[in-house]
Design a protein around this ligand. Structure first.
Ligand SMILES: CC(C)(COP(=O)(O)OP(=O)(O)OC[C@H]1O[C@@H](n2cnc3c(N)ncnc32)[C@H](O)[C@@H]1OP(=O)(O)O)[C@@H](O)C(=O)NCCC(=O)NCCS
Length: 414
């Protein structure tokens, strides 16, 4: 096994064993995050594998890599070992029961009822290991009329309001954010819930089940806006860049067609210094823009002035000029392709290079948190289907080679 030790220290989840019975992105990424943090993650797949292995395109992007590897599966399943087990056989189920005895976490994202049908629902597994933390992901939550419905990324974005939040004012078609963000935030929340349950287990001695859904996670992603709207009785609403309340927290196109996002939420604090830096001193005392309220009332006129101003220089020229004060709050609007060249991404290793044994060195998005003493990172490539079945059964569960033959004959393992 590849070690995740760095300078003699292991990741924060060292010693935690995670059984990862998941597919596609939502469940797998939550377990991969625990693998990033040094947990021993064992992915459990059916004999024909996680359906995500067969995904060959994501939008316009080809997912095929050298050596028959797949970018989608590699990204969702790094830092895991893998076993293939047919859970529709009693022998296959028994393998999982034996694994559960020594596990800390079990994660799954199958449709409601599937785990129970296969004999690995929470009520069964807690009998075997009462301290088990059992994480479960669904589309719309464990209760309610739609608890049994299947769901993928776009369903979460649609139902939780995220698509409408991303849709610009006046657009006729709802906007869907690419990159599987709804699955990703679901995975992050599921991981977060499991980590808290591990603390509860250690502090209070209880195992428990945690449920997260596309709907809950994508609502929580917008939790501030949802709560504020409900409390105030008004709508948050999508941004209108041509008519913003605060023109200093708005986006503008620079002379080289690059966009700049300004974020001066304290509009009065920045009004005079920012307009001075832009060379718009004549606007500072313009009575139409004397207060925030008047600026909001006359926003289109102010945006037009700023549009003309930003068109005079390239982003880099504006950047150099605004940096001189060291105090203005803004960012370059970037594509994800540009991230690998971003000096902050490089300095903080947010994109890291992993030396994949089959593909060779590959760049991947790194674990997002930096631990000062117990590093997180990418230690191991995604497993091939059933790659560690025999290793785990024989070396860790005590099966003999004769047992392995019988399990194969019974169709429980490949
Ligand atoms: C992802 C999803 C849409 C897939 O739906 P699906 O392809 O119809 O799959 P289901 O979850 O209903 O069931 C999977 C099947 O695989 C079978 N299976 C899974 N692992 C198995 C194993 N190791 N051995 C044998 N059978 C296995 C299950 O028994 C089930 O078959 P059955 O209905 O005959 O019992 C659905 O599971 C779902 O909505 N999950 C929750 C939300 C989610 O995570 N979505 C994915 C986002 S990336």
């Amino acid at each position: 096994m590849v070690s995740n030790r760095v300078n003699g220290v292991d990741g924060p989840l060292k010693g935690i064993r995670v059984l990862d019975w998941t597919m596609w992105q939502f469940g797998p990424v939550s377990a991969a995050m625990m693998g990033d943090m040094g947990a021993d993650v064992i992915k459990i797949e059916a004999l024909d594998g996680d359906a995500g292995r067969a995904l060959s395109r994501a939008s316009t992007m080809s997912l095929n890599l050298a050596g028959g590897r797949n970018a989608y599966f590699e990204a969702c399943n790094r830092n895991k070992r893998g076993i293939a087990v047919n859970l529709k056989t009693p022998e296959g189920r028994d393998i999982i029961y034996r694994l559960v005895e020594g596990a800390d976490v079990f994660v799954q994202n199958f449709r409601k009822g599937v785990a129970e049908r296969l004999g690995i629902g929470y009520d069964t597994l807690r009998e075997i290991n009462p301290r088990l933390v059992y994480g479960s992901a669904s589309g719309y939550g464990p209760e309610g009329p739609d608890a049994y419905l299947p769901s993928f990324d776009g369903c979460g974005q649609a139902r939780a309001g995220l698509m409408m939040s991303a849709t610009p004012i006046g657009a006729k078609v709802p906007a869907r954010i690419s990159q599987g963000v709804s699955d990703q935030i679901g995975a992050i929340m599921l991981c977060n819930g499991i980590l808290a349950a591990l603390v509860a287990r250690n502090q209070q001695g209880v195992g428990q089940r945690i449920d997260t859904s596309h709907l809950s996670a994508n609502m929580w992603l917008q939790g501030l806006g949802i709560s504020m709207s409900l409390m105030s009785g008004t709508q948050f609403g999508a941004y209108d860049r041509n008519n913003p309340r605060n023109a200093l927290a708005n986006m503008y196109e620079c002379g080289d067609s690059r966009w700049i996002q300004l974020m001066h939420l304290q509009a009065d604090r920045y009004w005079t210094p920012f307009l001075t830096a832009l060379g718009l001193t004549e606007v500072i005392d313009d009575p139409r823009f004397a207060t925030l309220e008047e600026r909001a009332a006359n926003a289109p006129a102010l945006v037009a002035i700023l549009d003309r101003k930003f068109a005079e220089k390239s982003f880099d020229e504006w950047d150099a000029l605004l940096r001189e004060s060291g105090d203005f709050i803004y960012a370059k609007v970037q594509t994800i392709e540009e991230l690998q060249y971003d000096s902050q991404v490089i300095a903080n290793d947010y994109i890291t290079t992993f030396d994949h044994p089959v593909i060779g060195p590959v760049k991947m998005c790194n674990h997002p948190n930096i631990y000062s003493e117990t590093p997180a990172g990418i230690w191991r490539e995604a497993p091939e289907l059933g790659q560690h079945t025999e290793e785990i059964l024989v070396e860790e569960l005590g099966y003999t080679w004769e047992d392995i033959g019988k399990l194969q004959e019974a169709g429980a393992i490949p």
